[in-house]
Design a protein around this ligand. Structure first.
Ligand SMILES: Nc1ncnc2c1ncn2[C@@H]1O[C@H](COP(=O)(O)OP(=O)(O)OP(=O)(O)O)[C@@H](O)[C@H]1O
Ligand SMILES: [Mg+2]
Length: 326
């Protein structure tokens, strides 16, 4: 890998397949990106495009049947895919932390929040139980839980959805990870709470100079948090650019469609046509561009062969229409 000092994560040609009774289906078809220290990459795309599968691959925690069939994932200089299970265990949480969409599935409902947080600290840090408890209280305060000391004794059901997500963030951050992976951390929450949680993640990320991979299907919320955006479609990266560039000059018809539907919602204008049709199903064999069947600009070539990623000034786009201009 190239040795840029501040690269904390480098994903190279990552391919993932699922083996099921119906056969083997490739769901990620060769993903490439790198993430610098202190930067936020947003991974955006419709349901089923491979966002979560990509995130789970980063920690090698794919569900059964899932397999990384190709590629490399470097954390700093280490290839995560070649680590032993003990090395991986140390990496998870301590160096790379993940928060999920629904905190209730990650918190144990029958143990107090204090016990769970203290245990997480103790699992990775050599310290006394008393000190771990003090750390847990400090973390709860930091993520904005009032009366933190008293609330350590409470169970997850005694907290609101937004507070549970704050607790998950506290857990994810307690070991000062280098990278935070947040998979749709706010979709289960109402809009005001979503904004508060995003602000919290952004503040903590900036304070700790942490890198983050922020996964969402909602392009509108990434403008304020991301430095770079990667648009996934049907398991392919179809566009990647800085957040300013992507919002001001989207090049892929899919990204343009996503942005158009945002504008129509924001300005409460007559609704612009949403992107018609559905993304390809997992395992569906397509000879051309995965977006061609839905693309208003598709030509014959788009249906025949898969475009490569064309790059110009750091802006990557997988679209034949950009061939000459790249
Ligand atoms: N356990 C599994 N077994 C078989 N296929 C799976 C499994 N998990 C995911 N897939 C397939 O992998 C593809 C990508 O799924 P993934 O969960 O990554 O989508 P996503 O982008 O996170 O969607 P969402 O926005 O709904 O969370 C889908 O086509 C899905 O059917
Ligand atoms: Mg998902």
């Amino acid at each position: 890998m190239d040795a840029r000092k501040d690269t904390v994560l480098k994903v190279q040609d990552l391919k993932v397949a699922f083996h099921t009774e119906l056969g083997t289906a490739e769901v990620l078809h060769g993903l490439d990106y790198q993430l610098e220290k202190g930067k936020v990459l947003a991974v955006v795309g419709e349901s089923g495009c491979g966002k979560t599968v990509h995130a789970l691959s980063l920690l090698k925690i794919l569900p059964s049947g899932g397999e990384i069939t190709c590629g490399h994932i470097y954390f700093k200089n280490k290839d995560i895919l070649s680590l032993s299970s003990e090395e991986l265990r140390k990496l998870r949480g301590a160096k790379i932390s993940m928060i999920f969409q629904d905190p209730m599935t990650s918190l144990n409902p029958i143990r107090t929040v204090g016990a769970q947080l203290t245990e997480t600290v103790l699992a990775h840090r050599k310290t006394s139980a008393l000190r771990a408890q003090a750390t847990a209280i400090r973390l709860l305060k930091k993520v904005g839980i009032p009366n933190a000391k008293e609330r350590m004794k409470e169970y997850p059901f005694q907290f609101s959805g937004g507070q549970c997500q704050r607790i998950m963030i506290a857990m994810a951050l307690c070991l000062h990870p280098d990278i935070l992976i947040a998979d749709e951390p706010t979709t289960a929450l109402d809009v005001t709470v979503q904004a508060q949680i995003l602000k919290l993640i952004k503040d903590l990320q900036t304070q700790n100079q942490m890198a983050a991979v922020f996964i969402t299907h909602n392009l509108s919320i990434v403008a304020d948090v991301a430095d770079e955006v990667l648009v996934l479609y049907g398991g392919y990266c179809v566009e990647k650019a800085s957040v300013e560039e992507l919002f001001s000059r989207p090049l892929h018809p899919y990204t343009q469609g996503l942005l158009c539907s945002l504008v129509s919602v924001r300005d409460k204008q007559e609704k612009l046509p949403a992107i018609e049709g559905y993304p390809p199903a997992a395992g569906q064999t397509l000879s051309g561009c995965p977006f061609a069947p839905r693309c208003p600009k598709a030509c014959a070539k788009c249906h025949e062969s898969l475009p490569p990623l064309f790059t110009k000034n750091g802006h990557e786009v997988r679209c034949w229409l950009r061939e000459e201009k790249a």
